[in-house]
Ligand binder design. Sequence first.
Ligand SMILES: [Zn+2]
Ligand SMILES: [Zn+2]
Length: 349
Amino acid sequence: MFFDNSLCLTCGSSLGYVRAERSLVALTESDGTLLRADGTPGSYRWCANRELARCNWLVAVDDAEALCESCRLTSVRPNDAEVDAHVAFADAETAKRRLVSQLDALDLPIVPRAGAADADPEHGLTFEFLSSRGRSVTTGHQSGVITLDLSESDDAHREFVRQQLGEPYRTVLGHLRHEIGHYYWPMLVERAGLLDEYRSLFGDERASYEDALSQHYGGGSSADWVDTHVSQYATMHPWEDWAETFAHYLHIHGGLETSDAFGIEVGEPSRSAGAGAWASSTAVAIGPMIGTWLGLTFALNAMSRSIGQPDLYPFVLSPTVVSKLDFVHRAITSAAAGRSAAGGRVSTM
Ligand SMILES: [Zn+2]
Ligand SMILES: [Zn+2]
């Protein structure tokens, strides 16, 4: 059963996602209430965004909210008259559900900006999904508010921008993973006492952002960025390097979770196979994870080529990039360990 499914392809029963369990459950309907097909306790209804956002998440029947916990995080969406933006909105919500589920898996707290007992109206998280038709929308993050230009969900537009910017990857999920990286920086780096190590790896984030921006789009970045950065955009400023590396960590984590679920095991490639510049003999906490990932992506790229497709994973992880990914890995895992030592998660909603 795949994360996005709402129907079991084998038995035809409805499937809904239970966030607290991070799983899809098979359902039967009784008097308008959804019950678990396996008879275990739990009664639900569909999220009110089931049609509009293709949402397959469940809401407990005793919950007063109409929307599921993922859809509730969105404070701005196209209005009902902007029908041509609804497909893009559903795509963005689908990517967001995957993001929320992954943040849960990593035990990263999601404090909503509104609509919950533990909401933080100043720094809590909220998403604004805006159609840029007839106005200008900039995808970005500002103290908890993540804005997405819905035209990023249009394949032709996104592919055009991707080629203009020379990016190997440009996806809606990638945007959300990048912006949420900005959101977590103060918690995972600054407040965790990791600023010195962060600056030694990524650079000093106090450097002028405006200068960096004009230099970047003025063609200022050197061609050997692959040795030091996970993407060309990451070279712009230490903030962006963190967000790009954080997003890439989520790509790797998400990819490995999926391969695990399917029982796919390739093993680490030998260096002579040319699978990348990094060797697993480098002693870092993320080492085993990167070894598994390189083996998997090496095989998947070969698979892509064998059916005439471009590489599924068109990246090279240099030793410096692996050190940065390792920093992200340690920042996330130690924050999660700190919260469980302190008696549970800071917040779930
Ligand atoms: Zn929903
Ligand atoms: Zn950014």
